[in-house]
Design a protein around this ligand. Structure first.
Ligand SMILES: *[C@@H]1O[C@H](CO)[C@@H](O)[C@H](O)[C@H]1NC(C)=O
Length: 639
């Protein structure tokens, strides 16, 4: 009888506990009600950040940014890797794992983790600062755990996972053929159809909750690396945990709105591009994809126990490191002030999560003023009807009409968008277009077709080196196997290389993917008679993309949104290399305000960056926008 009562008590305790957990997590405040905002360590420390560096940054977030809505501080990848000679992003065997094959913070870089405490102390300090604590986690299980064949923890029982009368191990659940494309040696998917695979993932996320984690950035499960079963299962686990944890997916290489629709309800934010770094081309590449996600109504749609947000990636501003680097922050952002404003403005107009990437110990006043601009942060959090706006006019003839309202005239500009190299499947008909031309002294160049849509554009040409004839297995066709140089005359030969040497996967943009020639397979290209150019290592083919907008004046873009006080926000972006006057009619802006006819004579307008205020008697607004810069108008009209 005594036994019966005690087990009844245990059961009641346990069952009510479970019930309470479920209820408390599902009735808590809506998760990610606004686009999440915070700081992430990747752009400034790559993987090498230490506990002190992290907490120093967190303290600055608390002091200088928290009042502006910056809330999450996130440790990016490889916090479990020992920072010793030989360790780098895709090295194998340098990670600290526990007896259950789970990652443990490197105790040298994270001293407070010693004694099995994991991130408990760091999370506590972050919470005491009034902030929330986030970590990065890779897909599935580490190769190191699979090689060590660690047992799997059953968190519901507290011991090894047993099923069908036997203990289960890491090698039972790791799927070697599904390693992470951009971190081949590091991690692989787990079989979530097996009880043991589920138990392993549960043991990870339960531990994160026990540590006090509030945000998980789950990497190498989305975009080209899509692993929907793992995302779905992790989402379920997060739903059941007693701790609200925001769920973020990364990176978003080749993500389409259709793919995003499969995950948006399971997560709180998901990347829609590959990694963004501090180059102008990286910013430009976001305009089209961001527009596509707003058109598909994906901004702030239903997410995991709250909302979900398309994520344009961190802001690489201020004091940074380089992709894949083992060195900490050591250089300024390459973006000039106009480009930085453009990035912040696009990110805010499209309500992307804002995660600052620079080392805050070394933030300059200009960068600080951009990332804390009150109007942009208001737009980021509270605007609605965010979309690309096409009815704009542009002209580069600015000499006689500086900073004044423009006459209405369309003028198509000479495109100045640089070509972007990318990889696609070789069977894709879009991959056809490489033409060989023989130059003087036996030098051959291969050029991407001059695109008739962009008649002004110089075709992208590369130069052949080490050409040899290769014959296929059936000995029926032959093709040219070459390395490709970006220039005939540079001091050091640099070759087109299909590895990106950065945190992203093979099909992503390859801008700047030229590295010193190494005779590696990644630098060998097969030029087929059908005009495709295949990479020896990846098996994918190279294509050249441009980011031209259809239906809007070339080289300029505009976004529009409405404010919570009835104001209209309009941003003009100048992607051209020359100053451009961009303008729009007030009557056309009215179409984003359902049922509201705008009487322009009543409108007052302010341009944010210049602080200029003016009326709009002529019925249109305009500005001469610097190259790569933007103008942001706040328009108030009484109706
Ligand atoms: C071009 O040829 C290569 C090699 O034979 C083949 O793999 C590829 O699918 C072809 N692509 C197209 C678009 O015809």
């Amino acid at each position: 009888m005594k036994d019966f009562f005690s087990s009844l008590c245990v059961c009641l305790f346990f069952c009510f506990g479970l019930l309470f957990n479920r209820v408390s997590s599902q009735t808590g405040p809506e998760r990610a009600a606004l686009p999440p905002r915070g700081w992430n360590s990747y752009d400034s420390f790559c993987w090498t950040i230490s506990e002190k560096e992290f907490l120093d940054n967190a303290e600055i977030v608390a002091k200088r940014l928290n009042s502006k809505g910056y809330e999450y501080v996130v440790v990016d990848y490889l916090w479990y890797r020992k920072k010793v000679p030989g360790a780098y992003v895709d090295s194998l065997g340098f990670d600290v794992i526990d007896e259950w094959g789970r990652m443990v913070p490197d105790p040298v870089r994270w001293p407070s983790s010693q004694g099995g405490k994991g991130f408990t102390e760091v999370a506590k300090k972050v919470h005491d600062m009034g902030l929330k604590f986030g970590i990065h986690v890779m897909r599935g299980i580490s190769t190191q755990a699979v090689n060590a064949n660690t047992p799997i923890l059953d968190v519901s029982k507290g011991g090894a996972y047993v099923e069908s009368g036997r203990k289960w191990f890491a090698s039972d659940i790791g799927i070697k053929s599904r390693s992470c494309a951009w971190m081949h040696n590091g991690f692989m998917s787990v079989n979530v159809n097996s009880g043991a695979g589920k138990a392993f993932l549960r043991s990870l996320y339960q531990q994160f909750a026990d540590w006090g984690v509030d945000f998980v950035k789950h990497d190498c499960v989305f975009g080209d690396d899509l692993d929907l079963p793992e995302i779905s299962f992790v989402s379920d686990v997060l739903k059941q945990l007693n701790r609200p944890i925001l769920y973020s997916l990364s990176p978003g290489t080749s993500v389409t709105p259709a793919m995003a629709k499969a995950v948006s309800g399971l997560v709180n934010m998901y990347r829609i591009t590959g990694d963004d770094w501090d180059t102008w081309n990286d910013i430009v590449s976001h305009f089209d994809v961001t527009r596509d996600f707003s058109t598909a109504n994906m901004i702030g749609t239903t997410g995991l126990l709250g909302k979900s947000w398309p994520d344009l990636d961190m802001l690489p501003l201020g004091w940074l490191t380089d992709q894949g680097s083992n060195d900490g922050p050591h250089r300024r952002s390459n973006l000039n002030i106009n480009e930085q404003r453009t990035q912040m403005t696009l990110w805010c107009m499209s309500k992307s999560p804002i995660m600052y990437g620079g080392d805050l110990r070394n933030i300059d006043d200009m960068t600080y003023s951009i990332i804390t601009n009150p109007t942009l942060l208001e737009i980021n959090s509270f605007s609605t009807n965010n979309m690309e706006f096409l009815k704009i006019a542009a002209t580069t003839k600015v000499s006689k009409c500086r900073e004044q309202i423009m006459k209405w005239h369309f003028r198509y500009l000479k495109p100045s968008v640089s070509p972007i190299l990318s990889l696609t499947k070789c069977a894709d008909s879009n991959a056809v277009g490489w033409i060989t031309k023989t130059l003087d002294r036996g030098v051959e160049k291969i050029c991407w077709k001059a695109n008739p849509e962009h008649e002004y554009q110089t075709p992208l040409c590369l130069y052949k080196r080490g050409s040899r004839v290769a014959i296929d297995k059936e000995a029926t066709t032959r093709h040219d196997q070459v390395e490709l140089l970006s220039s005939r005359t540079s001091a050091v030969d640099v070759c087109l290389d299909a590895t990106s040497k950065r945190k992203r996967s093979s099909e992503e943009f390859m801008r700047g993917s030229f590295f010193p020639c190494s005779r590696h397979e990644n630098q060998k290209w097969d030029l087929y008679s059908n005009g495709t150019l295949g990479n020896h290592h990846s098996g994918h083919c190279a294509i050249v993309k441009t980011s031209q907008a259809k239906g809007s004046p070339t080289g300029v873009r505009s976004w529009i949104a409405t404010g919570r006080g009835g104001e209209i926000y309009v941003a003009f972006f100048n992607l051209n290399d020359v100053k451009t006057v961009i303008s729009a009619k007030i009557s056309d802006l009215g179409e984003v305000v359902p049922g509201k006819k705008l009487d322009h004579s009543s409108c007052k307008c302010k341009e944010e960056w210049s602080g200029r205020e003016f009326g709009v008697k002529s019925g249109s607004i305009g500005a001469a926008v610097e190259s790569h810069g933007c103008a942001v108008f706040i328009i108030n009209c009484s109706s």
